[in-house]
Design a binder for this molecule. Structure first.
Ligand code: DAH
Length: 368
């Protein structure tokens, strides 16, 4: 024990006291000067001022006790002075001591490299969505949006899917519950396509219209490698006087070349959509094999990419209820709709649609 270093006093004259207290004070000062850190300061406090085993307690017990009566007063004065000095040393050390956290390495080391912050980047779906809208914006199209929770009227009825029409079965969705007392056309559902925004747009402005509408859509479809119950579409609508099918062909042929490269060819296959007449599926020459035939295009040389057609007069008739200028005898138009995930998968060579939604930074980081 350090306290045993306190020697016994045998002489109590002034000179002996001076020497004894002087030496203790010197040791206290040396110990205090070497203190480094909170823990060391605490150890110093215990060693010198600890109530039971501290050196001052020891001195008081041994020296004062052993002193003859006539030396006690002088010794007491020196003892009190020493105590004031040691307490002062402790106080100074406490103020100066760096915290143990700092000693443990949390002090600022300006030679260390800084902490890198990840910069945000666009999600690949957002990127392609913007790319598609840009292609049409450059042709003078404006960009619109519509609600994801739609009424049966906008999602189906005004798009010429009458109640009970079999085409409704091709776009099953999630319907909001407890709406049985509402008329069918007012019941809410998650929109199955962006086409209802065609009607919302026409109701809010007279022709001419050139608009693209990107957005999220929902289908009651099981997820697999190429299907997801939630996905994205870009809708397009062009209405003016004398819009013809060749305008539709020219516009989409240009758009596909802008998106996939000028070597890409398009062809239009007869199809059916309730809201267009005639309707077509657009195929592009396979971007993987250049049209020679490969596994990706099932050896046909063509890949089906989007739906389109001339706006059905029945759709214009619904629009004309709010904006009389949509008179199918005076105006005409075309519409198209494409799946964003499908285009992104083709452009980036992605085979699992689920990767877009998994939030895996190793996947997403590749598009940053
Ligand atoms: N709404 C259709 C779908 O989700 C896609 C579509 C086809 C949109 C033809 C159109 C169109 O505007 O003219 O399957």
């Amino acid at each position: 024990m350090m306290n045993e270093e306190i020697p016994n006093l045998t002489a109590f004259d002034e000179a002996a006291l001076e020497a004894a207290f002087g030496s203790v004070e010197k040791r206290a000062r040396a110990a205090a000067a070497a203190l480094n850190g909170e823990a060391a300061v605490e150890a110093f406090r215990l060693e010198w001022l600890g109530r039971k085993q501290g050196r001052l307690t020891e001195i008081s017990a041994r020296w004062l006790k052993a002193a003859p009566a006539e030396a006690k007063k002088a010794l007491g004065v020196r003892f009190n002075a020493l105590k004031v000095i040691v307490e002062g040393l402790l106080e100074q050390a406490e103020d100066a001591a760096p915290s143990d956290a700092a000693l443990a390495g949390e002090a600022i080391d300006i030679t260390l490299p800084g902490t890198r912050r990840l910069t945000g980047a666009e999600h690949p779906i957002t990127k392609i969505l913007n790319e598609i809208t840009q292609v049409f914006a450059a042709l003078g199209y404006s960009v619109g949006v519509g609600p994801e929770v739609e009424t049966d009227f906008y999602n189906f009825e005004c798009m010429n899917f009458p109640p009970g029409h079999p085409a409704r079965d091709t776009q099953d969705t999630l319907v909001i519950s407890n709406q049985d007392r509402r008329p069918l056309r007012d019941r809410l559902l998650l929109r199955t396509h962006t086409s209802p925004v065609q009607m919302r747009t026409m109701e809010s402005q007279p022709p001419p219209v050139r608009i693209v509408i990107p957005g999220k859509v929902h289908r009651n479809d099981a997820a697999d490698a190429t299907h997801s119950p939630i996905f994205h579409q870009v809708e397009g609508l062009c209405v003016d006087t004398n819009i013809t099918f060749s305008d539709l062909k020219g516009t989409l042929d240009h758009a596909m070349k802008a998106l996939f490269g000028s070597a890409v060819k398009t062809r239009f296959f007869p199809s059916f959509f309730p809201f267009t007449e005639p309707s077509a599926d657009v195929q592009i020459s396979c971007i993987f094999c250049g049209g020679k035939g490969c596994r990706k295009c099932k050896n046909s040389g063509w890949i089906e990419l989007l739906g389109c057609g001339m706006v059905d007069p029945a759709v214009f008739a619904f629009a004309a209820e709010k904006q009389a200028a949509y008179d199918p005898k005076k105006i005409s138009g075309f519409a198209f709709g494409m799946g964003v995930e499908r285009i992104a998968m083709m452009k980036y060579g992605i085979s699992e649609i689920g990767q877009f939604y998994a939030g895996d930074m190793r996947f997403l980081g590749q598009f940053a």
